[in-house]
Structure formats: structure tokens, C-alpha cells
Design a protein around this ligand. Sequence first.
Ligand code: HSE
Length: 440
Amino acid sequence: MKPIKVGLLGIGTVGAGTFNVLKRNQQEITRRAGRGIEITMVADLNTERARELTNGECEVVSDANLVVNHPDIDIVIELIGGYGIAKDLVLKAIANGKHVVTANKALLATHGNEIFKAAQDQGVMVAFEAAVAGGIPIIKALREGLTANRIEWIAGIINGTTNFILSEMRDKGLDFDVALKEAQRLGYAEADPTFDIEGIDAAHKATIMAAIAFGIPMQFEKAYVEGITTLQATDILYAEELGYRIKLLGIAKRAHVNGQEGIELRVHPTLIPEKRLIANVEGAMNAVLVHGDAVGATLYYGKGAGAEPTASAVIADLVDITRLATADPEHRVPHLAFQPDAMTDTPILPMSEITTSYYLRMHVADLPGVLADVTRILADASISIDAMLQKEPAEGESQTDIVILTHQTQEKNIVAAIAKMEALSTVVGKVIKIRLEELS
Ligand code: HSE
């Protein structure tokens, strides 16, 4: 059979990795796919570099429209990123009857519903393994491997930059700003790290996982997003004393509020027991913990970024598409795991309605009755205390830190209790609140 022809949009780090791995493992990949897979066209604004990287082995153009409109191209790989031009090109490729492979989580989390609808109408595939957790085949696992399960929850370390920063903060006792600079110096964080450190990149990935785990549309705008920029080294230290690590988790979870089903979709720093495997995922690595009703907990670990790990996911999609290209569209794996007419409108819960445990740290006057006042507020709100840590005041100081871990409660209850604590004359400044998940 003739090789399937692929057009690559953007030959940066991942694009070059894809070109190289495809070439290096061509024989193995062809044996698996049943026919050759050839990148025959590359579009990149830097045509000179693109020619160097591809050694004159394919046509290089600067206008990506030439690729998505080319009649010989069967699959378009979109590695441009962002929501602007990438969206136009993906929609044009689909309209031209081409299959699409993309690593673009921002695009799918924000415009995925429109893109998948267009693909459905055209009978083409849009594959996106590389969009979540780089080289970890988490989309495959959620969409196919775990298809027997009712998925209960997902909790993932799905941003390597922030995990690297948090590891540095814990290992070396660094403050956030210093750890960020170190991450930038070593190339783990970009010059503009906003998407990573503010939790936006993780929220894009959590949105995609929630859609395929629960059969709901992409709803990035309803995700709660909190990054790591205000996290203090002190809290990482106290968490450790209590047997916990702090990780930036992307969480997607089924929940019931007043008898109604809802979905929690949230990204925030989270205390997790240090004995959990996922708590020990260090540096720039990623891991995703998925709980299905039949299988129980399963854990997926690996590199969430980088040229060849991400290329591994891109090429897996190319092989999938090559195998299924001649199949009747009705018999392919649905884009979002569930049949398009079987999606549900289970609502994403507002943050006030989510249920979790909490770490609270407050700076207080070291006076009789202060602890009693604080615990009374929690008791009045029916919030049960799980553990507590009180520090000796430093030499010559009359104030100290109290740390409290609570059992589960709704976010609105803890927010109201914190407001009452902050109103006490003996509580100095703001109460620090970090969510805690036992992940058991
Ligand atoms: N910037 C991401 C990370 C990788 O730090 O994990 C691409 O999504």
C-alpha cells in the first residue's frame, strides 16, 4: 500500500522530534501501522531552519495554507500552538477532508467542541494524545483502556514546569521567585512562564481529561484555576512535618451535591500524603492517577514534555489514524470517548460547592484562649479537625504559627470560617488555605 502522506505545521522542538523519531523508527512504525507514514511537507516561517532539519527530504513552505490545501496530504500535524492561526488551519484542514493530529491543549480546551463537531461532520479524525502529559499515553488509557469503567476521579501532576519549581522549593527550601529563576536558567520554564505558573496549562489538560472521562463537552471557562505563585516555602515545610507534599494537581471528579450529580474541575496547589506514589513524582515529570469503579486506582507516569517524549505521542496518533483511515467513521473510537449523541450536560460545580479537606495556617498572638476561639469557629461550622501543629514563638516574639488540617467540608464552609478567624483580634493577617486530597 502507498505510504500515507503527512504535512507538518511548525517544526520547532516537538516537530523536529517527530521528524527524527519517525525517520529513525520507520521500519518498526510501518510494521505496526501496516503502511509507511511519510512527512512530505513542512510549513514553518523559518524555512531555512526547516530545510536544515529535514535535510531536503520534504517540501518546505512558509505558508501553512499550502499544506492544509494540498490534495496529496492525508494527515496534518498542527504544532503551531495558540488559538489564533492554529484554529483557522485546523478547521481548514478538516474542511478539506484531512485528518488532524495536534498537541495543542489550549486550542482543544477552548475551541474543542467546534473542532470535534467539524471533524464529525467531515468524517475525519482529530487526535490529541500529545496534548495531555506529553509522552504518557493517558488519552489512550482514558478513552480505550479504561472503557469498561465509570471513571470516578482523575488527579494529575500535568505541568512539568511547576512540578520542577515545587521540587526545588521543597528540596532546597527556596522561595517561589528563586525557584522560578532556577527553572528558567535550566530551560524548564519559559521566559514568559504565565501559562505554567498560573495553572492555565494544567487547567487546559484537566479540561480535556474531564471531557473524555465523563463524556461532557470541553468547558475550560468553568474550570477553577489557581497557580503556585503565592505558595510559600513555610507551607511546604509545615506540610512535610505533617506527612504531606504540596503538588499542583489538576482534578476532575464526579460529585453529588443535594442529590444532583456534578463535576469538580479544578487546578490548585494540593497537599497529598507523602506515602502516595504520586506524591513522589519529582522534577519535571508528570503523573496521572485515575480511579475507575472496576479497576480501582491506576497510575501513569512519564515525561510530560520534550522533543521525543511528545513526538512519541504524536506518532502514536499518526499510527492510529493510518490504521483507521479506511474504516467507516462510525466504527472509529469517538473523539471524546463517548458517542457524540451520548454526551451529557452534567454541570461543572462552582468552587463554593466542591468538597475537600484543608490545610490552614494562621499567625496568632501567643495568648490563652486563641486556639479555643479558632477551634470553636470550626466546630460551629461542623468542620472536624484532623491534625494540628503549633510552633513555639521564636526567641523574643509574642506571635506564632498554628497549622490545622481539617476533614472534608464544602469550600463555602471553610471560606466562611476563615472570614470569622480573620476577624479575631488575635489572628494576625490572612489565614493561608491550601486544599488537601487524601487520594485514597
Ligand atoms: N509547559 C508544559 C509543562 C509542557 O511545563 O509541563 C507542555 O504542555
